[in-house]
Design a protein around this ligand. Structure first.
Ligand code: MN
Length: 202
């Protein structure tokens, strides 16, 4: 049993120039692979072995640092690859477009809130777009590999879009220019995928 490193849904160089090839190779092949193997080590021989990652995170003992860091890292990156696409960017459409307008007033207001959450997360962490039951959207951020599903995290709802703001996600190409990386992310967001996740989890 255990979790497997999911394959990238596109080639390592597919998100150039927004996300560079070398970063994708290291980020997926080393970082995400590491979280996956350490997650498996943390659940091996426990009654968590065989549970879904959503169930593991939503029922997490927050004092279990190995599971918190590596279970979060496994889920977060699995989401991250899938909400990006070489055909991405542009404006959301379909169900998510209406939900963004309803929750934030406009796409620009959402983008400002999301970019601010990503830029102001101190140190390593993630910015999120989450959906609450009923369909209301929320933007928030978490530290390290924490995730909105974890108990008491103070960042509610189910994550349908996530942006990794650890330096390992952007430093090779952007050095300390996190705002440039955040802006570039908007050129590769796979809004079709985000909209599907919205519909499935609202
Ligand atoms: Mn990462």
């Amino acid at each position: 049993m255990g979790f497997e490193l999911p394959a990238l849904p596109y080639a390592h160089d597919a998100l150039e120039p927004h996300i560079d090839t070398r970063t994708m190779e290291i980020h997926h092949g080393k970082h995400h692979a590491g979280y996956t193997s350490k997650l498996n080590a943390a659940i091996e021989g426990t009654d968590l072995d065989g549970q879904s990652i959503d169930d593991i995170l939503s029922g997490l003992d927050m004092s279990n640092n190995a599971l918190r860091n590596n279970g979060g890292g496994y889920f977060n990156h699995s989401l991250f690859w899938n909400v990006m696409s070489p055909d991405g960017g542009g404006l959301p459409d379909g169900s998510i477009e209406a939900a963004i307008n309803e929750s934030f007033g406009s796409f620009e207001a959402f983008k400002d809130a999301f970019a601010k959450a990503a830029a102001t997360q101190f140190g390593s962490g993630w910015a999120w777009l989450c959906v609450h039951p009923g369909g209301k959207l929320e933007v928030c951020s978490t530290a390290n590999q924490d995730n909105p599903m974890m108990p008491g995290i103070g960042c509610g709802g189910y994550p349908i879009l996530g942006l990794d703001v650890w330096e390992h996600a952007y430093y090779l190409n952007y050095q300390n220019r996190r705002p440039d990386y955040i802006e570039a992310f908007f050129n590769v967001i796979n809004w079709r995928e985000v909209s599907d996740r919205y519909v499935a989890n609202k």
